[in-house]
Write a protein that binds this ligand. Structure first.
Ligand SMILES: [Cu+2]
Length: 293
């Protein structure tokens, strides 16, 4: 597996690539590690903790992950952006074919990916030691996780056991995702440490990326700004930086993400590709702006 080079899976359009390239440098200058907390978890049964680490050479999951709800702490020890795609492999997957497909940057996205389970991850921890935390439910099976924006060796891990007994976290805020918009971001969000519930109510995969903005603008203005900004430095200089993300989530998937939100203006965007390999959903309207007060 060490010889495998990550392909930049077609999840990244030019727009997404630009975004990813831009935010890493900037978030490194932000608070590296928002405090994790235990909103609403019952005292009688805590979710098992699963530590995920990205280094400059590899993405590391525990070899064995318990089925069901896990508290996932994703640390980016590398010097590269962390934008991780996690999915459950089909039981009959041919690993040789898979590795070849993953290693070939020019190859089209493997069709089998359409039907796989994408559980999400507390994505985009800041370069140089940032940690993002969240709660992810893993069903039994074998999973592959790859960093879309680095050359690290991917992680292969097995989920086993009975997904039973861990109560769901209580959410401070609920956000839904459908085609092609976010639900629950129409009103201002309270500032502070908080846990968001994210549910994909749609029929296709979605993700959320939350960014802080220098001032409140409309979704159309935000999209126009992204489309007209040529360099990553322009975004950074303009005061846009990333505060958290979900990774790709399959239809029906619910995850919980911890945020520490300061008062200000924010945007939410989905960069999942339309119709599997098309333009990001943000271009189809899956983009919101909101205030944290
Ligand atoms: Cu979407």
């Amino acid at each position: 597996m060490n010889t495998i080079t990550n392909r930049r899976v077609a999840v990244g359009s030019a727009l997404a690539m630009m975004t990813a390239a831009s935010f890493g440098k900037n978030v490194a200058a932000q608070e590296a590690s928002p405090a994790s907390h235990e909103h609403g978890l019952g005292p009688y049964r805590q979710a098992p903790e699963t530590a995920v680490v990205l280094t400059d050479t590899e993405l590391i999951f525990p070899d064995a992950v318990p089925a069901g709800l896990n508290k996932v702490m994703f640390e980016n020890q590398s010097s590269m952006d962390a934008h991780v795609l996690t999915f459950r492999l089909p039981d009959d997957v041919d690993m040789d074919v898979l590795w070849q497909a993953m290693a070939d940057e020019e190859a089209p996205m493997p069709e089998f990916l359409r039907d796989q389970h994408f559980p999400g991850i507390p994505d985009y921890p800041a370069i140089g030691g940032g940690v993002n935390t969240g709660y992810i439910t893993y069903m039994p099976g074998t999973y592959l996780a790859i960093n879309l924006f680095g050359g690290q060796a991917p992680a292969l891990f097995v989920v086993s056991g009975d997904p039973w007994g861990v109560p769901a976290p209580l959410a401070d805020h609920e956000v839904g995702m459908v085609e092609m918009r976010f639900l629950g971001l129409d009103e201002p969000v309270d500032a502070g440490e908080q846990t968001w519930s994210l549910v994909n109510h749609g029929a296709t995969w979605h993700e959320i990326m939350v960014i802080a903005m220098p001032e409140l603008i409309t979704p159309d203005e935000l999209l126009e700004f992204f489309m007209s900004t040529e360099s990553a430095d322009d975004l950074i200089d303009a005061g846009y930086f990333q505060v958290g993300a979900s990774g790709i989530m399959s239809p029906g998937v619910q995850i919980w993400l911890d945020f520490e939100l300061k008062p200000g203006a924010y945007g939410a965007l989905c960069f999942a590709p339309n119709d599997f390999s098309g333009p990001p959903h943000a271009l189809e309207g899956m983009i919101s702006t909101f205030e944290v007060v």
